[in-house]
Design a binder for this molecule. Structure first.
Ligand code: FES
Ligand code: FE
Length: 325
């Protein structure tokens, strides 16, 4: 059981909002907890996938009249988690203990977020999501058998582009040096100033671009970048990692693009899948699995400034799970 209060009292994506339809249940995992998800009217629910009567999973049951019906003996749970009917004793009020274990859940920016704790803030926002000038595309999710923090750090790292994403995000035979860039830290997290990168296959248009990346990391396991390729063209990516174990996680990706509206979605997804599937074996190969926050444990160079800031920030926040001190 996770006992890290910083991570426990935070939000994690458990589903794409479009996949959670009224009248059906979805299953999800967050750390070692198996969840059942459902929605009714304006509410979304994330419950432990468990019926207190005899411990059966609720998810193979069905939904009727805004209640979840357990598949075993048909106990019904309403949206508040209360058992409203025990069919074997329809005239008896179910005991107060007959409740589903309900976690906090909310829909935000195209995702269903859940928390096993009690977050004092809302899920991180993707600034471009509400902007109609941007086309939104969901990619993934991608399952990495790697460390959740190393997965975020990879997202924040531009130095791997020419090698892991050879001839897409950089040229492996002529890798561009990385100049100085700015890193900022405040109560909203850590972010960078623009970082220029030449990319032979800069986006789904398949053309070379010089892209200016600006990164934001508002929460330990959520981040986004805004990539400016000139002429007002912006390609933005929001990512959040759902932790399952120190060597297992799910990477959720949402893109917002304000150009190339004529390009078909499969063309966008093909490039996304290629890139995230290139990162996967690298992250899965990294040892040790807990990411070291002690900066002496690995070797950092000037271009790693943002990743170093990430590790320092995690330490300041007091993160203990999934990392070593
Ligand atoms: Fe759910 Fe019996 S186990 S109703
Ligand atoms: Fe990458």
């Amino acid at each position: 059981m996770i006992d890290d209060p910083v991570l426990l009292n935070d939000w994690y994506i458990v589903a794409a909002a479009r996949d959670l339809v009224e009248g059906e249940m979805l299953t999800a995992r967050l750390w070692d907890k198996e969840l059942v998800l459902w929605r009714h009217q304006d509410a979304v629910m994330a419950w432990k996938d468990y019926c207190i009567h005899r411990g059966a999973k609720l998810s193979p049951g069905r939904i009727k009249d805004g209640t979840v019906i357990c598949p075993y003996h048909g106990w019904r749970y309403d949206a508040t988690g209360r058992c409203s009917l025990i069919p074997a004793h329809p005239d008896t009020q179910p005991p107060p203990k007959a409740r589903a274990v309900a976690y906090r859940a909310v829909e935000s920016d195209g995702f269903i977020w859940a928390s096993l704790g009690d977050p004092q803030h809302q899920p991180p926002r993707f600034p471009e999501f509400p902007d109609d000038g941007y086309r939104k595309v969901l990619a993934g999710p991608y399952n990495y058998h790697g460390n959740p923090f190393r997965t975020v750090e990879n997202f924040l790292d531009v130095a791997h582009f020419p090698f892991v994403h050879a001839n897409i995000n950089g040229d492996p035979d002529d890798p561009e040096p990385i100049g100085d860039y700015e890193v900022f830290k405040d109560e909203a997290g850590i972010r960078t100033g623009p970082i220029p990168r030449f990319q032979p296959f800069g986006d789904h248009r398949g053309i070379p671009v010089t892209a200016y990346y600006q990164y934001n990391c508002p929460r330990p396991l959520s981040a986004y970048f805004e990539k400016d390729t000139g002429e007002g063209n912006r390609f933005c990516t929001f990512m959040a990692v759902t932790p399952l174990d120190i060597d297992d996680c799910i990477l959720w990706v949402q893109i917002a693009i304000n150009y190339g509206f004529d390009l078909p979605e499969p063309q966008i997804l093909k490039r996304q899948d290629a890139v995230y599937n290139q990162d996967k074996p690298i992250i899965e190969s990294q040892r040790p699995h807990p990411m070291p926050l002690d900066l002496k444990a690995e070797l950092h160079v000037r271009s790693d400034k943002y990743c170093v800031a990430y590790r320092r920030w995690l330490k300041e926040l007091g993160v203990t799970w999934g990392v070593s001190q």
